[in-house]
Design a protein around this ligand. Sequence first.
Ligand SMILES: C[S@@+](CC[C@H](N)C(=O)[O-])C[C@H]1O[C@@H](n2cnc3c(N)ncnc32)[C@H](O)[C@@H]1O
Length: 226
Amino acid sequence: MWNHYYGLKLTEQDIQKGIHRNQVGGMWQEMRELQLKFMKEQGLKPEHELLDVGCGSLRGGIAFIDYLNEGKYSGLDINSSLIKAGQAEIKNANLNSKKPVLIVNDSFNFKPFNKKFDYAIAQSVFTHLPVNLIQKCLINIEHVMNPGGKFYATFFETKRKFDASPIHQPNSGGIITNIDRDPFHYHISLFKYLVKGSSLQMNYIGNWGHPRNQKMICFSKGKNSA
Ligand SMILES: C[S@@+](CC[C@H](N)C(=O)[O-])C[C@H]1O[C@@H](n2cnc3c(N)ncnc32)[C@H](O)[C@@H]1O
């Protein structure tokens, strides 16, 4: 499979020990605060519907659930044990009353949420995915975003489109990214190509304070699209 999250299994004891926090990249507090701060700066308000794509064990999720009104947080992940860990985090944070909805699936099928979203985020998810899965995610998300909705995604960037060698990502603590395996890097032109002709438009944001040099892009759904 494409990345280790497909087969990852955490026991109840692992979850009690907090191992799920490292499995999504550690930096639990820092990445939680960064995600919420960034989305608030982009206009996220408590009354908005938010979709967290590849939500994992809710590193950002807990902050979003706390901030949003009841029923406004939806999270999807491929890994059931990370979702289980996320449910434990919700309980520990006394946030069950916010009624977050968490779904496990491996095909970016957002239809079971049965709603449309104003905002979505995929933080440190495209970095683990080959391009065909990113394409699938974008195809499916287009149908569940409200007109004017915004989907933010992070990725590792290469500036060298025609160079297949691995890249030592600067200011990343030594991460090496690849064209053909996890962690993946991409040239920005790829994302433009993937949404060309759809109702999504891509804008490059770039640096957003990520401690491992992941860049941010935004896919905006046209205001007049269905
Ligand atoms: C580095 S973690 C980031 C989790 C979360 N976004 C955060 O910031 O803490 C990557 C997440 O992407 C999820 N993931 C990987 N491949 C996926 C796929 N095909 N569909 C849904 N989620 C996926 C993993 O299970 C994992 O939870």
